[in-house]
Design a protein around this ligand. Structure first.
Ligand SMILES: NC(=O)c1ccc[n+]([C@@H]2O[C@H](COP(=O)([O-])OP(=O)(O)OC[C@H]3O[C@@H](n4cnc5c(N)ncnc54)[C@H](OP(=O)(O)O)[C@@H]3O)[C@@H](O)[C@H]2O)c1
Length: 317
């Protein structure tokens, strides 16, 4: 039996229950790819279940991965050993906080050669979520006025850049320390939520993305243009629950209010990775940790103030 290092979560609780240890190295079945992981990154999809005491199927968190294909099952056609890949393991039991992981080929896309493993690992969940919010749910169009509430975290930093890429005029809502970051990423206007309440301004928008924070749905509706669209991506639990309960009712007129449930999708991952490779957008990596310090990284991101993405470097590349 071959061993690998991994960060195991098999007891409910805080990040202190994330244990770095030797476990059995996974073996791919006929329909799986085995990758050697070089980098992984942390998402709400890791720290929120951890806080609720939910144990992932593989007892290892980590959905976003990048690495090299080590071996493939006999039914795998898309990849071969040696290929560099980016993966989203969120539909396949997670398992990214480890030296190796297995998943079906739908979890992976080829990594563009000109982006590093750590840049690649920062893309999947945050990039796909932001893309599905602005393009699929909000149907963003060139010239749209877009308000992004919570522009400075993993999803928000992608959302600002994607909205700009699609030709929108972006107003970013973030705290004082993130104003420069949002402007640098291309936001046309910024609102510091510690000093100004955008719900009290007269300005209205074609699209409002609620990525973080907690405002009333009626306030969000008020800042929408006549045919405006509100998309609830995340934020405080109250914001999520209120949208799930009342958005349909509030969408009866011309203004529409939706919740996003992002779904892993290799085509979307490929799309965002290509935008990164072509230099149109870039993942913002705030901090890097080694695999044995994953518990510290999860604690930090779980506090809710990460300025972009936090990456775990694995296998030393
Ligand atoms: N719908 C879906 O399918 C889906 C998919 C992925 C993620 N999500 C959700 O999307 C949300 C964002 O995810 P994420 O990965 O981007 O989280 P994150 O990286 O942890 O977000 C942290 C950022 O949020 C900012 N923030 C905190 N409180 C804020 C407030 N009141 N107003 C504005 N900004 C605030 C923080 O900056 P400051 O503290 O300096 O303000 C920090 O930069 C989470 O709630 C997550 O669960 C939903």
């Amino acid at each position: 039996m071959e061993l690998m290092k991994a960060v195991i979560y098999n007891k409910k609780g805080s990040p202190d229950k994330l244990i770095y240890k030797d476990v059995e190295k996974p073996i791919p079945n006929d329909n799986e790819v085995l990758i050697k992981i070089y980098a992984t990154s942390i998402n709400a999809a890791d720290y929120r279940p951890m806080k609720l005491g939910i144990i992932p199927k593989k007892k290892i968190f980590g959905a976003d991965v990048s690495g090299k294909v080590e071996s493939v099952g006999k039914n795998i056609r898309k990849f071969k050993p040696g290929d560099d890949v980016i993966g989203d393991l969120s539909d396949f039991g997670y398992g990214g906080f480890a030296e190796y992981a297995t998943a079906p080929e739908e979890a992976f896309v080829l990594k563009p050669a000109n982006i590093s493993y750590e840049t690649a690992a920062a893309i999947p969940l945050a990039g796909i979520t932001a893309l599905q919010a602005v393009r699929n749910k909000a149907n963003i169009q060139k010239g749209n006025q877009v308000l992004i509430v919570g522009s400075s975290g993993g999803v928000g930093t992608f959302a600002v850049q994607l909205a700009k890429y699609f030709g929108a005029e972006v107003t970013a809502v973030c705290s004082t320390r993130n104003i420069v970051q949002s402007s640098t990423l291309g936001a046309n206007y910024t609102i510091d939520y510690t000093k100004e309440d955008f719900t009290k301004n007269d300005k209205t928008y074609d699209i409002v993305l609620a990525v973080n924070g907690n405002y009333s749905l009626s306030a969000y509706k008020r800042v929408l243009n006549k045919h405006g669209v509100y998309v609830m991506v995340g934020g405080a639990m109250m914001q999520v629950i209120k949208t799930l309960l009342f958005a349909k009712l509030l969408s009866l007129g011309s203004k529409k209010m939706y919740s996003l449930y992002a779904k892993s999708n290799p085509k979307d991952l490929e799309f965002v990775a290509k935008l990164v490779a072509d230099g149109h957008i870039k993942p913002i990596i705030e901090q890097r940790f080694p695999l044995d310090k994953t518990a510290n990284a999860m604690r930090y991101v779980g506090e809710g103030h990460a300025q972009g993405k936090v990456v775990i470097n694995v296998n030393g590349e």
